[in-house]
Design a protein around this ligand. Sequence first.
Ligand code: MLT
Length: 411
Amino acid sequence: MATINDNYLKLKAGYLFPEIARRVNAFAEAHPEAKIIRLGIGDVTEPLPAACRAAMVEAVTEMGDRATFKGYGPEQGYNWLREKIAQHDFQGRGCDITADEIFISDGSKCDTGNILDIFGDDNAIAVTDPVYPVYVDTNVMAGNTGVANDKGEFGGLVYLPITADNNFTASLPSQKVDLIYLCFPNNPTGAVATKAHLTAWVEYAQANGAIIFFDAAYEAFITDAEIPHSIYEIPGAKNCAIEFRSFSKTAGFTGTRCAFTVVPKTLTAKAADGSDVELWKLWNRRQSTKFNGVSYIIQRAAEAVYSAEGQEQVKALISFYMENAKIIREQLTAAGIAVYGGINAPYVWAKTPNSLSSWDFFDQLLHKCNVVGTPGSGFGAAGEGYFRISAFNSRENVEAAMKRITEKFTA
Ligand code: MLT
């Protein structure tokens, strides 16, 4: 008889965003006249930059000609894209990262889960609370946790609360941990980490032989010049951090799929016999075995992000969403609702009005205003009493949603 991976049975209910979609679909079916505005999942709405579209069209034409047709590409990604990323995103910011340390993939969600393939099952793992749920669920699936308690916290994970008291940036753990997930600009709270804060983490990781998984999917939304975009801006990070980046939010690639993961060659972790093993070699082996790369057409589109026109168009896209974030912040603040984030990140983290629970506010917002957000408690126990609003939508929808919310709710 075939058996299953029982770890899946430990997972709490559905993954957050499908669960939201389920509730919204049920509401929409019962109220077909409702004009629902979705500010829940952070999914982009504006068209792909023209430079990316032109590059895709050209690549499609190449695929139609035997002389320029491409079959399997390198599993790690085409070198012309890896070079552009290394130069623009890292070397241009003073980070000593080379093209061969960059692995092109189809998403940082996938990579933050897949990376566990190359780590042992005996690591002490720290996550923030609230947290992007993928980090927790993939560890549950991999058997790295116990079962969940009533608050939804899994045994075996070290939860680091991020609250208004610590500016939504995690304090260092009091115990020794081996793997640490950090996401800055933060999903869901929109908080950012200063150089000093990241330096403290890098020093902790170096002192404890730990590896930091640094999710920088939202770095392009940083507006404050003092805030680091990459963990490799911190001295020593090349010895203790893997960084995840994505074109999804930066360039509107959520449906197009292209991201990358940086695994420095200087990074090592211990084998069972106590020897140091290069993580780059293991990740390269993993990707070569389980992944066949991102399509040529999409990689050409990603490369176009780094052209002069691409850069201009991407900046305009980001400014557009950040203006939405500003509108959300201002309108909710005017209604007396406490808000955080939304200045260096496309997410606004709001205190629920009238002490409503996160899911109660979700339901009221859906039913009274036909607006969808994301309940803070869906990101972890410490998110209870908060609500995330995404700035990814049209201006018209953001303005209409804020009008509906502020008419019905004041704190
Ligand atoms: C979110 O809304 O948190 C993101 O869209 C999820 C993701 O990027 O996978």
